[in-house]
Design a protein around this ligand. Structure first.
Ligand code: NAD
Length: 291
């Protein structure tokens, strides 16, 4: 079988997959591919699947399959998979870094130093210690973040539609309580019709004045113009994001909004994670091929 690696993976992955089939990264061979392996960059839509008559198995190296037209794949009898176990630590570390960057003013301090300024008096810090972190969704990434937050002396509360108890959270609460009690909110739900736009004006109005949001989930989970309005009005203390409505977020009002820290979808981009993704993909191909 032909295995097409459509996006960038660890350099040793083609060699590790070689015993299961012919591995190629030549997208021009899509029509021959039985297995296509992607990350976030390649969107597997109808048009792509129609150009791949032999396609039987799609693996997304990453969490979630929202970059794949799963309904159409199902219609065509193509199996769709992802590797949700691999990326949790990488994303949680970035979410923690984004959370810490806001009260420490890392971006502003660094940029102003490089402009020859010394804002020692102006940049007043606060501490994470003693603050409440509210996790929206207490899945794999959120639980890794909870461990790190507790080590920094934070109280962790969580809201999850499908999880009622979790030892990594000090308390499970409803959505409104999470909004009103948290000093920091970190979003870890998948993108679904229900989570689309869940942090818009109505939810933001229920938050503590000056609370901050970290979003490493998906750009569509927040309502961008409402976040920008809340930042401009001083209701939101800060917004730190790795994910955007459109990526790259060209022309987004977030780029010029105050108290914003942004990273270019780096959540899963660690060398260690690439190796773990490789392990997860090899395991799945071994199962698929029955070897
Ligand atoms: P997970 O499936 O382990 O956890 C998601 C949690 O959200 C689950 O506990 C689920 O019950 C909960 N949930 C689902 N719908 C909900 C709703 N309507 N309301 C409340 N809770 C709900 O997923 P994970 O591995 O923790 O990943 C979370 C998300 O992070 C992924 O779906 C993906 O969008 C994003 N992600 C981003 C990056 C990045 O590079 N920034 C990398 C990996 C994953």
């Amino acid at each position: 079988m032909v295995i097409l690696l459509a996006d960038a993976f660890a350099p040793d992955l083609p060699g590790r997959l070689a015993s299961y089939g012919e591995v190629t990264s030549d997208f021009g061979r899509l029509h021959e591919a039985e297995v296509v392996i992607v990350r976030s960059k390649t969107k597997v839509d109808k048009a792509m699947m129609d150009k791949a008559p032999k396609l039987r198995y799609i693996i997304r190296g990453g969490v979630g399959v929202d970059t794949i037209d799963v309904g159409y794949a199902k219609e065509k009898g193509i199996e769709v998979d992802n590797t949700p176990e691999a990326s949790s630590v990488a994303v949680a570390e970035l979410a923690f870094a984004l959370m810490l960057a806001m009260p420490c003013h890392i971006s502003e301090a660094d940029a102003s130093m490089k402009q020859g300024k010394w804002l020692k008096k102006e940049l007043e810090r606060t501490e994470l210690n003693g603050k409440t972190l509210g996790l929206i969704g207490i899945g794999r990434i959120a639980r890794e973040l909870a461990v790190r937050a507790r080590a920094f002396g934070m109280k962790v509360i969580a809201f999850d539609k499908f999880v009622t108890s979790c030892t990594d959270s000090d308390e499970m609460v409803d959505f409104d309580s999470l909004l009103s009690r948290s000093d920091y909110i970190s979003v870890h739900v998948p993108l679904t019709p229900e989570t689309n736009g869940m942090l818009g004006a109505k939810a933001l109005a229920k938050m503590k004045k000056g609370a901050c949001i970290v979003n490493t989930s998906r750009g569509q989970v927040i309502v961008e113009q409402d976040i920008v309005a809340a930042l401009n009005e001083g209701l939101l203390g800060g917004y730190a994001a790795d994910v955007f409505l459109k990526e790259p977020p060209e022309g987004s009002p977030l780029l010029s909004a105050p108290r914003v820290v942004l990273t270019p979808h780096l959540g899963a981009s660690t060398g260690e994670n690439l190796l773990r993704l490789g392990d997860s993909i090899v395991t799945r191909i071994a199962r698929y091929s029955g070897k």
